[in-house]
Design a protein around this ligand. Sequence first.
Ligand SMILES: [Zn+2]
Length: 80
Amino acid sequence: MDDSVYESCSYCGKTIMPGVVQCPYCRNYTDDKGPLGMDAPRATPRWFLIAGTLALIAMLLFVGFPLIVAVVSWLMSLMS
Ligand SMILES: [Zn+2]
């Protein structure tokens, strides 16, 4: 018997057929939200938001720096 073919009820832990909506043993819905569910709610990690913000800042600096240099050199050429 291949265990990977079957799913286990997240409420009563009994082996049930994959794809069934309702557990035939305990009549709970097999949404993996039971106490035995393996899929804990995964919130977006905070480091992901920080990394995204840093990447955005780095991208703005990367794009903005040549622009600043161009503006400064243009101002220098106006002054000379
Ligand atoms: Zn069950």
